[in-house]
Design a protein around this ligand. Sequence first.
Ligand SMILES: [Zn+2]
Length: 298
Amino acid sequence: MVHTDAGVTALFVRARPIGPVPAGAAARAGAVLAATLVVTGCAAGTTQAADGVGLAVPEPRTTAVAPQKAGPPSPVPSPVPSPVPSEVVGPVGDRAAGPAAGLDLTKHSASDPASPWVVVNKRTPLDPIDYEPELTVVRGYLVRPDAAPDLTALLDAADADGVHLTLRSAYRAYPKQAAVYDGWVARLGDEQADAVSARPGHSEHQTGIAVDVGSSTRPECDFEGCFVATVEGRWVAEHAVEHGFLVRYAPGNSTVTGYGPESWHLRWVGRELAAHLRDTGRTTLEEVFDVPGGGYAR
Ligand SMILES: [Zn+2]
């Protein structure tokens, strides 16, 4: 299981350069999906350490096309951070911000996994839980086709500003997440597994419209709290919304999202909703769409 081994190694070795998906990979999407690497990682396996810095494992890309056996990973037992407080937190906002917001919040579904506005979190899994999107490739990573134009525009705009974002993670398939999560459960038990790995069906990465970006100037900060202070992290914080992306897990909204701050995790929602969030001062989809958040219900 090259992926899990590599993922665990990355816990200590840090990120290594990742090659693009080879030409033709999109056409082999089904096979690639089966082999898409999912270790612990942003939103799929990130938790919040006591210092508020997420512990996540960069996931190496794969070029394999053969279906992988779903063997358990080799979890590294320590250090295991404390989980994000698992209290159940209900939505704190109104569903409709009123006519002044200027956006029809029923325009797209918040529950259809194929919607640009789908809300998935620890309380609200994807339905169907093993949802598989159509996929295309952007700079070597698998994403849903409707998110691809804005993602490309985001990356191109950064380049134009002399800021070179890297993509570190995008789509993750349900079977791989399930295998990885089950491996952690076997090793650590349910509670600690939840602290280091998302349950399958609960990761935004399974939608194909969430990506993790990295720093070309300080790659050691990829998937780390210090990403927010990198030139790339600062650029994303300022400009992601212009291209339809939300920095989903922000300081101060952990009890709603269920995840600690992840300044590298970008969720595509489209430019209209991104602007709506900015203009209304909201930071979470849970608040906008009145969807429960917080920790797992169990
Ligand atoms: Zn992520």
